[in-house]
Design a binder for this molecule. Structure first.
Ligand code: DQA
Length: 150
């Protein structure tokens, strides 16, 4: 059975390719999503990609994976730094490995980006490798499943 992964993108990540190109690059969100799909399929995953700019929708989407997915990769955008609701939603699905991901190196940017309120309930954090942060997160999930013998 293929492992089912949710790739969850938060606010403003639909604007990648148009927004702050010096930080996030010129490649569009759609084009990056195509790469993510390809990488996921190459690792044998069944991937769903979901983007929302709305905190409550992200919370509900996280609840929906409770018994439907095997792993989550989340770039919560700015919500990473202050959304206790998203943190608690990740804690609701603590039986599902969740990886926190950022395209930019959040530790090298504004001070408010150095804090993550979701990090403590995630398996780990990948930050700073552009779209390849997503590939590293897929590989991390793959390794987690292998090491759990699943
Ligand atoms: C981001 C970093 C966040 O600080 C920022 O608010 C984003 C994108 C990243 O992928 O580097 O929207 O999560």
């Amino acid at each position: 059975m293929k492992k089912k992964i949710l790739f969850l993108l938060g606010p403003n990540l639909n604007m990648v390719g148009k927004r702050e190109k010096n930080i996030y690059g010129a490649e569009t969100a759609d084009s990056i999503n195509e790469d993510v799909k390809g990488w996921a399929e190459a690792l044998g995953f069944d991937i769903e990609i979901y983007q929302s700019n709305i905190e409550g929708e992200i919370v509900s989407k996280l609840h929906s994976v409770f018994d439907t997915k095997d792993g989550v990769i989340i770039n919560a955008g700015a919500y990473t730094h202050y959304s206790y609701a998203i943190r608690d939603a990740i804690a609701c699905i603590e039986h599902i490995p969740t990886i926190e991901v950022h395209m930019s190196n959040v530790h090298a940017r504004d001070e408010f980006r150095h804090t993550t309120v979701i990090g403590a309930v995630c398996k780990g954090q990948i930050s700073g490798f552009g779209k390849y942060s997503y590939r590293l997160a897929l590989e991390a999930l793959h390794d987690i499943f292998e090491s759990e013998g699943k």
